[in-house]
Design a protein around this ligand. Sequence first.
Ligand SMILES: Cc1cc2nc3c(=O)[nH]c(=O)nc-3n(C[C@H](O)[C@H](O)[C@H](O)COP(=O)(O)OP(=O)(O)OC[C@H]3O[C@@H](n4cnc5c(N)ncnc54)[C@H](O)[C@@H]3O)c2cc1C
Length: 296
Amino acid sequence: MVGTLCGMEFLQPATWAEAVAAKAAYPQAMPIMGGTDVMVELNFDRHRPEYLLDLTRVTDLAQWAPENGHIRLGAGVSYSRIITELGGQLPGLAMAARTVGSPQIRNRGTAGGNLGAASPAGDAHPPLLAAFAEIEAESVRGVRRIPAAEFYTGVKRHALAPDELIKAVLITPPAGPQQFCKIGTRNAMVIAVAAFSLALHPDRQEAGTGIGSAAPTPRRAVAAEQFLARALAEAGLWESRGPLPDAIGRRFADLVADAAAPIDDVRGTARYRVHALSVMARRALVWAWNDYREAG
Ligand SMILES: Cc1cc2nc3c(=O)[nH]c(=O)nc-3n(C[C@H](O)[C@H](O)[C@H](O)COP(=O)(O)OP(=O)(O)OC[C@H]3O[C@@H](n4cnc5c(N)ncnc54)[C@H](O)[C@@H]3O)c2cc1C
């Protein structure tokens, strides 16, 4: 199971049980799935781990399946497959996947790898937050499910223990519309300047949100979610599917912008990011609400 590559020990488990055992034996080992983040780190010599844990032979990770009312998305399912196989069942995540990198990156890159990298700019995070997804982590000590909102603990940091691996993401297929918006400096192959995702959950009369690239971690705009759910309920709009009052859209957008804590960097200023978020929030709500009305 152990070989050597450019001075790094290479662990190549063939099964999930072997992978979890290898991570327990070598907690410092860096997992590699699609490699679209890991190889950049290695090629630029930003990081040279002692051990690489190659997960590409673990076929379980590349599967998805319906399970107890949600979709169990293996950590190794590529963005391309999310788009082609799950566009109808996970529309928010599929919209985000369509904006990732290039076809080559989408063929290799995975939502599991996006979670492992935990970049505040990762595109999978806003729709996972908005859909109230859970991340299934496993080690030889057992399995646990981490709500997406508790997964991101700092800039490029996550809640996994050193001996844990991400096995899957559990996402409930939507009872209502989902949207994802991303602003970049060009149309493709671009890291988000800011991103926003919205999911309407009419079955529970709730709204879910996810903000990307505008805070140290991806995060929800909880006050905006609560305001929107309450405003729609008080106006009887969940049932009537009537037109959305402008005031609701404006207040929702303001609350989303208030939830951001961006920085100035090479991609954009903090001020621009806050403004962009309020515009994206309002647009996403109008689009989602129109979809909801049409579906009714
Ligand atoms: C040219 C280019 C363009 C890109 N464009 C975008 C973009 O538009 N949007 C975007 O969000 N990202 C983009 N990325 C970044 C990258 O493609 C994504 O983050 C992708 O989701 C990483 O997935 P992967 O499977 O390749 O991860 P890998 O590179 O294999 O791993 C990434 C991280 O996750 C860890 N990891 C992997 N699998 C597991 C697991 N099962 N359990 C625990 N940890 C794990 C690894 O150790 C590593 O820290 C781009 C990258 C490149 C090179």
